[in-house]
Structure formats: C-alpha cells, structure tokens
Design a protein around this ligand. Structure first.
Ligand code: F6R
Length: 272
C-alpha cells in the first residue's frame, strides 16, 4: 500500500443532499468498475442517520438509471448486542428498510454481524465474519459514520489499531446519543459486535462521512488530532485512501481557522 497522505483529504459540500449525491456516485463507480479477476464489488456499509440520504440516492439510481446490485457483496460494520434482527432497533432491519428491500441485491450477498447469539457463540461468529470478508476478496469501499465518542463502527475509545471483529462494550457517550431512539438510556444495549479497526483499515478506499454542527468538534479531532486510541477515527490518518466528507456545519471547526495550508487541502464542492 502507498503511504498515507500527510493530512486526511477533506471534501466539504454545501448541503447534505449534495454530499449524499456525491457519495452515491462514487459508490456507483465502485459497483460498475470492472475487476481483473471478475469478482463482484464488495461494499462495507454503515447504519445511523448519516448514510440514509446516500442509500436513498442509490435506490433512485437503481430505479432510474439501472444501477445493478445483483453482483454486489456487502458487509455491515456492526449490530447491537443483544438484538433480534426484526427489532425496530436492529441494524439488520435498518438495512432492509433503508436499502436492501429496494434494490436487486442477492440475500446471500448481504452480511451483517448478528446480535442475537448466545454469548459463547460470538467469538466464532466474529472469526467467520473476518473470514467471509477475506473470501469475498476484501472490502473495496468502506462507508463510515462518525460517533460523538470518535468511534468508527463501534470501535469505542481504547480500541487498538490491531482490533478485529469482536464484542465490545458501548461508550457512555454513544449510549447517551442513542437514548432518544430507545426511549431512555436504560434501554440502550450495553454491548455491540463490530468490525475492528484493523478490519476497517484493510478496505481499499474509505469514506468517513459526518454532517451537522454537533459533529464539528469530533471531526476536528479526527482530522487534526494526533493518532490516538481514544479517538478511533484518527486511525484513518494512517490509511492511503481515506477521505473525509462533510457538510458545511460539520466542517465548522476546521474552516473557522482557515489557515493557508488548509485552503490548499479542502475541496469545496459546488452544488451538484
Ligand atoms: C453505525 C456505526 C456508527 C455510526 C455513528 C454515527 O453502523 O457504525 O459508527 O456511523 O455512530 O451515527 P449517526 O450517523 O447516526 O450520527
């Protein structure tokens, strides 16, 4: 792999819709790109509010432009534990409702970590998940949201750069942020299963997406802070093909200090 660029490239769009369209177009390019060995495109996918507009745009491209998912393979980042796949809070259900039910993806090509296993089964499940990613040829494009704890996937503060798919304890910040969805923090699961940092960093291309001014401070740490196990997103600075995609409010803390070196490195996208 080539060396990581000196600073994470940052793309700022004027609005969330512009950002979503741009990312969907990039994902469509990855899906359509011919691969030497003829293997299908492998996407790493995220849940949460950030990717919803991207998935909406991909669905539109499928319906109106014939974007074909029949040979696309997907691996989701994470799932709460415990969590039944049909629960309203389940990431399995989220993915069905927000993407998979609306495109022609083959069910057997969808992979999402399971949150409904016995405790003793998670280790083997995590190993199988890693193996399946390898057997699919590795992840071509990994979509990431950014948690307010600095997490990517559910790699909470303290996660090692060498971490793999595993059971984790959720950070208090993460559980507090999720509290309104679960009607109270006491209902938010204490644990999750997540791809590890090492798993994520093996993706050939990574897009870290953040929107809204509530993300501005953690975006600044992720992009400008020292690489630090307390903010897992900083590990992306070590990746040769990671890009940060922001809307203007999420970029506020970066652009407030528009120093000359920054001006050269931020790409402002025109309205699409
Ligand atoms: C979800 C995931 C999380 C979220 C992050 C941001 O699969 O892995 O890391 O991407 O918590 O969530 P939103 O987009 O809801 O702000």
């Amino acid at each position: 792999m080539p060396d990581a660029p000196e600073r994470l490239p940052v793309v700022i769009a004027e609005t969330y819709d512009d950002l979503a369209r741009r990312l969907a177009r990039r994902i469509a390019e990855v899906i359509r790109a011919p691969r030497r060995d003829g293997r299908p495109a492998v996407l790493g996918l995220a849940t949460g509010s950030t990717p919803i507009g991207i998935y909406r745009e991909l669905i539109r491209m499928h319906r109106e432009e014939g974007l074909d998912f029949s040979r696309v393979v997907t691996f989701n980042l994470d799932e709460y534990v415990p969590m039944a796949p049909d629960s309203v809070h389940s990431y399995h259900r989220f993915m069905r409702e927000n993407l998979f039910d609306h495109v022609n993806i083959a069910r057997e090509n969808i992979h999402i970590p399971r949150g409904d296993l016995e405790r003793s089964e998670f280790e083997a499940h995590a190993r199988d998940y890693e193996r399946a990613i390898g057997e699919a040829g590795g992840i071509d494009f990994q979509l990431l949201g950014l948690g307010q704890s600095g997490h990517i996937g559910f790699n909470e503060p303290g996660s090692s750069v060498a971490s793999r798919t595993r059971l984790v304890v959720l950070d208090t910040i993460t559980r507090r942020v999720a509290a309104s969805d679960f009607f109270g923090m006491e209902n938010v699961p204490a644990e999750a299963i997540t791809m590890g940092v090492a798993t994520i960093l093996e993706a050939r291309e990574i897009a870290l997406v953040a929107t809204g001014e509530h993300k501005a401070a953690i975006v600044k740490r992720a992009v400008e802070g020292e690489v630090d196990r307390d903010v897992a997103a900083t590990y992306l600075q070590q990746h040769p093909h990671a890009t940060v995609y922001l809307d203007a409010p999420a970029a506020a803390e970066l652009t407030r200090r528009k120093t000359p070196w920054w001006l050269g490195e931020i790409e402002w996208t025109p309205r699409l």
